[in-house]
Design a protein around this ligand. Structure first.
Ligand code: SAM
Ligand code: SF4
Length: 349
């Protein structure tokens, strides 16, 4: 096991000034304008309860002295939060690996892009759902005209150019796969390889069965033959970038099949934790798991140190009977060392 084996997926801010993605984990502003959800674990872009900047930075300073070795900074949109560079500076000074998860548009701005390189960010994961701009912008509509597919791609190109021959940050694309864009399981990694990216991850959409878009977008078991064939094509394509390990395709398929089986030794709550913008700390982002967390296990970053919150993992994980499609998006995070390795350099050599 790594010396500091724990990773945090940290949803830093609720607000997203970048896009209004229709399937976003945070819901849409329209849905929540009448009433911001108050149910435990339910995210909203309109949440009034985000930690203050001081609370975020004070907690971040305690991470160096803890078993946490890697932080995925997600959102809302982390690159549009003004203190982001102060946070990254504290994390890097503490010896942590930092992966920034972004909608990508902000990478076009030199004052946002350059510090990522100067501060030594380890990887930047950009969200782009499709090789087809129309599909992407239909489901990931930008808030400002001109901030759609083209701007995301130009942001990726700008970051790769600015990085030059430096080894970091690695740059990758995460794409949300729905029943409407199965072809993007292959097409987006092909696009990513063409742009010079280091890794690509097709991630299945996670929607509650009651979500208004579930019937339109969710992956269902009738699609399994095509889903499996697309993943086979992807791994056979031998693209010059890093993909999640081959077993990931089977994990996606089993999530789509929605088994009720126990997941033995899940890393959630052992080597991976999920932090929400209000500072609450959960074993993983599964809505089922959060709802089932007993009150005595409700925890927050507020006033706590990382050492108090995260004990050294067993490495054996926890058996979990609350498997859901939300879980699949944690697997490529748990496998991140492979993603952030030297795929691109290997292909250049
Ligand atoms: C919530 S976003 C935060 C970071 C940044 N704003 C972005 O879009 O990359 C993190 C990732 O979750 C993905 N995502 C959001 N809602 C999702 C859903 N319902 N199912 C699967 N992935 C989702 C996004 O596409 C993105 O790759
Ligand atoms: S850009 Fe990211 S945080 Fe914003 S709506 Fe889209 S997925 Fe959600």
């Amino acid at each position: 096991m790594r010396e500091k084996p724990i990773s945090l997926l940290w949803g830093l801010r609720s607000h997203c000034a970048s896009h209004g993605c229709l399937y976003c984990y945070f819901g849409t502003d329209d849905e929540h304008r009448e009433q911001v959800p108050t149910r435990l674990g339910v995210l909203s872009h309109l949440s009034p309860n985000d930690l203050t900047t001081d609370q975020v930075l004070e907690f971040a300073a305690t991470l160096a002295d803890s078993p946490v070795g890697r932080v995925f900074l997600a959102g809302g949109e982390p690159l549009l939060w003004k203190p982001i560079n102060r946070l990254i500076g504290i994390l890097k000074a503490g010896g942590l690996e930092v992966v920034v998860c972004t909608s990508g548009v902000a990478l076009n701005r030199p004052e946002i892009r350059e510090p990522l390189i100067e501060l030594g960010v380890d990887a930047v994961s950009v969200s782009l759902d499709s090789a087809d701009p129309v599909h992407n912008d239909r489901w990931r509509p930008p808030r400002r005209e001109g901030d759609g597919w083209e701007a995301v791609v130009s942001g990726i190109i700008a970051l790769i150019e600015a990085r030059g021959s430096a080894p970091r940050p690695k740059v990758g694309i995460y794409s949300v796969i729905t029943r409407r864009n199965l072809a993007d399981i292959v097409a987006v990694p092909e696009l990513a390889a063409g742009l010079g990216c280091d890794y690509a991850v097709p991630q299945p959409i996670a929607l509650d069965t009651g979500h208004r878009l579930s019937a339109i977008l969710s992956l269902t078991s009738d699609l399994l033959p095509e889903l499996t064939a697309r993943f086979d094509d992807l791994y056979a394509a031998d693209l010059p970038l890093v993909l999640p390990e081959r077993a990931y395709a089977d994990q996606v398929a089993s999530a789509v099949r929605r088994p009720t089986d126990l997941v033995p030794g899940c890393f959630g709550g052992d080597t991976l934790y999920f932090v929400q913008p209000d500072g609450t700390v959960w074993d993983c982002p599964s809505g089922l798991k959060i709802a089932a967390t007993p009150p005595q296990r409700h925890r927050s970053l507020k006033g706590a140190t990382a050492r108090e919150l995260f004990r050294a993992p067993t490495g054996c994980g926890n058996d979990c009977a609350l498997f859901s499609v939300d879980c699949v998006n944690m697997w490529p995070l748990a496998g991140f060392p492979a993603l952030a390795s030297t795929g691109q350099e290997a292909s250049r050599a």
